[in-house]
Structure formats: structure tokens, C-alpha cells
Design a protein around this ligand. Structure first.
Ligand SMILES: *Cc1c(COP(=O)(O)O)cnc(C)c1O
Length: 465
């Protein structure tokens, strides 16, 4: 080892000396000995490798250790700006919760609650009761139960009512939702056998009549949430399927996907079948998600006939799929908002974002443009662009909502690398900004930008990593 290398190493303090130094004392007080030691090791290693010109002072070392600790402590799951243009984005956490739901979670999070305790009788209660009366009131169902998500609801429902038996489903409804949720696979896992009825584009009542046999447990209809069949098509309505099922004493279950509780056309959105209308048309059970169009927490609701719900609740699988108290608190608060449909579009963020007027979004884009041009002047040319936002989560795939995006084209040559770096720069901000890449540009669709101030405030940190 050369003389200089030796002196360089000598300039690196020992861990012991570092921990005893006054500059490190506040870190020990704030984060504890274990955190400081584990953060110090890489800092000292880095020092040994890069130390060529002079030593580094203790205060500087302490500051590097602090940076290391803060990086370790930063939560892995954190807030981002969803500027993808997809309002209910599955990868970005789907529906934003209303204040009422957040308050309801906070109220029960830190202590004991009557989750499964009946305050009137003083006896053991049932966690479903906290949401069941709201579901029944809003959908006309006799009874309801709730599990972790709609995939769990489908699994539980089929496992309870059709295990070891057959379930006819239209070939046009054998969908994949994404994330490995495929109707045929979930049916296998539930222990029932799929009987395919009809063809991809056309299924008729007769196809169900022939598909039904002595081993049939129920008929199932699945909302083809994320795709649309157009052209020469036919499908069997809920009412007609109910007639066929009931003539043979079989229940009809409908997986609605997005759980729409009210007619969305009154808010200028495309028509979706509501839970109430589906039950009224003859479905015996309907299941749907809590965090899609409903605008609540991740959950799966099963609503309908009391005797069937009672069977489902007795399945031991229900225990494995049940929701926690935070979900139940949030879902109850969201359902209560539906009691006042006139104010729903103001109070429920998912609906507010879906119905945001185009002029408001465009005005916001125009307001943000100069600040963004200023912050990114070396990196991108920015203009406003008319775009279409998506509802997302498989809801209403063909209907798009007019919106405005900030369109960022990398300056210089329009290379994919420059574009990727631009997008990475936005993801590296304190509150990461997620846009979408389209046609050589990064689009920031402003439909879901609520906190304009926070967005602007952090632009000063923008850098290309
Ligand atoms: C989204 C969807 C599911 C899965 O619901 P999760 O709440 O995401 O588990 C199941 N069926 C249909 C038709 C869907 O659209």
C-alpha cells in the first residue's frame, strides 16, 4: 500500500470514534444506536473508496449518515401524483378516499372498537353488520357480506354454492381482468367446473338451456368490464338468464365488476348497470368491487338473497377473506355518502374527478404552463394538448372523458432515452409524478391533479437523474 493510501485510510475515523463524536449525538438521540450504526457503515466504506483529497469533517460525515438514515426510513408505500389520465388506476391505488372515510378509519385505528361486538346486547357481534344495512338500503338486497376484494368475492361465492358442480358461463364473458384474475382459473380454484355456453360474439338463451345439466349449481353472468364486443353480437340479459335459472330452481349470480350504486348518467357519465337494477332484473346474488366506481376502499361486496348470503358466511373461507376494521370503517363512511346523491359528486373524490368539467382542467393547465416551462427550460418543450382520460379499473372501456394534458417533448433530438429520463425526473420528485408516454412525449393529464400548490412547490427540485 502506498504512503498516500495509508494516510487516506488513517483519515477515516473508526466507527467507535464516529459514534462518540458530538456531531453524531443528535442522530443517536433521534434514531437510536442500531439505525446509526447500520447507516454509518456504508458512509465510512464510501469514504475509504473516494478519499483522495483531504479528510472529511465529522459534521459532514454526520450529515451523510443522516441522509442514509432518512432514505432507509422513507416509507416504501407513499403518495404520488396520478397524472396518467386513468382515474381509477389499479397500480396507483384506485379510488382516492373521501375525508369522511379517512376520519372513520382514524377513529377506530388507534384503539378498541365494536368490530364484532353488539353494543345493544353486550354479546358477540358480526363485522358485516356495520355495512350490511347500508348495502341493503342502497341496493334493495335482503342481505350482504363483505370480503377483501371482488376477486375474493367471486371465489367465495363459487366455492360456497358450486363446489364440485358445474357453472355455465357465456364464452363472451370468460374474461381476464389483469393481474392473473381469469374467470376460468378462478372457477377451477373455487372447485367448480366451467361449462362454456355460446360463442365468443353470440350467446343465446338456448345455449344456456343446453348447458344446464343435473350437475349444474348456478348460472353466472360476468360484466365484460375491460373490453367491448362490437358488430354481430348477442348476449343473454340478466332478466332472461334469471328466467332460465329460476325455471330450474338454480340461482343466478352476477359479477358486476365495478359496483355502481347509482345511475351515473345523472352526472353525465356513460350508463352502467347498477347493483339495484341487476337485483331487480332477477339476479339472486351480485358481487362488486369497493374501490372501482363505488369510490371506496379495496373490498368485495356480495349482496342479494338472505339464505345464500347466510351460506356464504358459514364457509370457513370467509374467515380467510374477511376485511379488517379499517376497510369496514372506510366502506361504511363511503356508503353513507350515497345516502345524499345530490352532494355525492362534491364529496366523493372518485366521482368528482370523473366529472371534472373540461374548462376547469384546461384553465388549470394554462395556469401551470409557465411555471413548468420555467422549471424545465433546459429539458423539454411544453404545450397544452387535448386528450382523453379513462375511467380505469376495467370500467366502461370504450368511453373516454375529454381532458387537457401538459405535453412535454424532450428538447434536442427526440430520442427514447431523453424521454425516459424526463419521465424518470418526474418520478424522482419528493412526491413522484406519474404521467404517460405517448407519441414521443410525456403527457401529464391534469384531470386528477388536486393539490396544485404541492405540485408547483416541488418543481424546484426537478432534475434529470
Ligand atoms: C375488477 C373485476 C374483478 C376483480 O375485482 P377486484 O376488486 O379487483 O378484486 C372481478 N370481476 C370483474 C368483472 C371485474 O371487473
Amino acid at each position: 500500500m502506498s504512503k498516500t493510501a495509508q494516510s487516506v485510510l488513517a483519515a477515516v475515523p473508526s466507527l467507535d470514534r464516529l459514534l462518540r463524536h458530538e456531531s453524531v449525538a443528535p442522530l443517536l438521540a433521534a434514531h437510536g444506536r442500531a439505525m446509526v450504526i447500520s447507516a454509518s457503515r456504508p458512509v465510512l466504506d464510501g469514504l475509504r473508496e473516494t478519499l483522495t483529497h483531504g479528510s472529511v469533517g465529522m459534521p459532514e460525515l454526520a450529515s451523510r449518515i443522516q441522509t442514509q438514515i432518512l432514505a432507509t426510513l422513507r416509507p416504501s408505500l407513499r403518495q404520488v401524483f396520478n397524472l396518467t389520465g386513468t382515474v381509477l388506476h389499479t397500480n396507483l391505488g384506485r379510488a382516492p378516499l373521501p375525508r369522511e372515510a379517512i376520519d372513520a378509519m382514524v377513529a377506530v385505528a388507534g384503539g378498541a372498537s365494536n368490530l364484532e361486538f353488539d353494543l345493544a346486547s353486550g354479546k358477540r357481534g358480526d363485522r358485516d353488520t356495520h355495512i350490511e344495512s347500508w348495502i341493503c338500503r342502497l341496493t334493495g338486497a335482503e342481505a350482504a357480506t363483505v370480503v377483501n376484494n371482488n376477486a375474493a368475492a367471486v371465489l367465495l361465492l363459487l366455492n360456497t354454492l358450486a363446489k364440485g358442480r358445474e357453472v355455465p358461463v357465456s364464452r363472451g364473458e370468460l374474461i381476464e381482468i389483469g393481474g392473473a384474475f381469469r374467470i376460468p382459473d378462478i372457477m377451477t380454484r373455487a372447485g367448480c367446473r366451467l361449462v362454456e355456453a355460446g360463442t365468443t360474439n353470440r350467446t343465446h338463451a338456448q345455449d344456456f338451456e343446453t348447458a344446464i345439466g343435473s350437475r349444474t349449481a348456478l348460472l353466472m353472468k360476468v360484466h365484460t368490464s375491460n373490453y367491448a364486443i362490437e358488430g354481430f353480437t348477442a348476449d343473454v340479459s340478466v332478466m332472461e338468464m334469471a328466467r332460465i335459472a329460476h325455471a330450474r330452481d338454480l340461482p343466478l349470480v352476477v359479477d358486476l365488476g365495478s359496483g355502481t350504486l347509482i345511475d351515473l348518467t345523472r352526472y353525465g357519465l356513460p350508463k352502467e348497470p347498477t347493483v339495484a337494477a341487476t337485483l331487480l332484473a332477477g339476479a339472486d346474488l351480485v358481487c362488486f368491487s369497493g374501490d372501482k366506481l363505488l369510490g371506496g376502499p379495496q373490498a368485495g361486496v356480495i349482496a342479494g338473497r338472505k339464505d345464500l348470503i347466510a351460506k356464504i358466511k358459514r364457509n370457513p373461507m370467509k374467515r380467510a377473506l374477511r376485511c379488517d376494521k379499517l376497510t369496514i370503517a372506510a366502506l361504511g363512511a363511503v356508503l353513507a355518502l350515497y345516502g345524499d346523491p345530490d352532494r355525492l359528486a362534491q364529496k366523493l373524490p372518485a366521482l368528482r374527478l370523473l366529472t371534472r368539467p373540461l374548462p376547469e382542467i384546461t384553465a388549470q393547465a394554462a395556469r401551470l404552463l409557465p411555471a413548468l416551462q420555467d422549471a424545465l427550460k433546459d429539458h423539454a418543450e411544453i404545450s397544452l394538448l387535448d386528450v382523453k382520460s379513462q375511467i380505469g379499473s376495467g370500467a366502461l372501456p370504450v368511453d373516454l372523458l375529454p381532458s387537457t394534458a401538459l405535453c412535454l417533448s424532450p428538447t434536442g433530438k427526440r430520442s427514447g432515452t431523453a424521454l425516459n429520463k424526463l419521465a424518470a425526473g418526474f418520478r424522482a420528485l419528493p412526491i413522484p409524478v406519474i404521467g404517460r408516454v405517448h407519441d414521443g412525449a410525456l403527457l401529464l393529464d391534469l384531470r386528477c391533479l388536486d393539490d396544485e400548490t404541492a405540485f408547483l412547490e416541488q418543481l424546484k427540485h426537478f432534475f434529470i437523474p
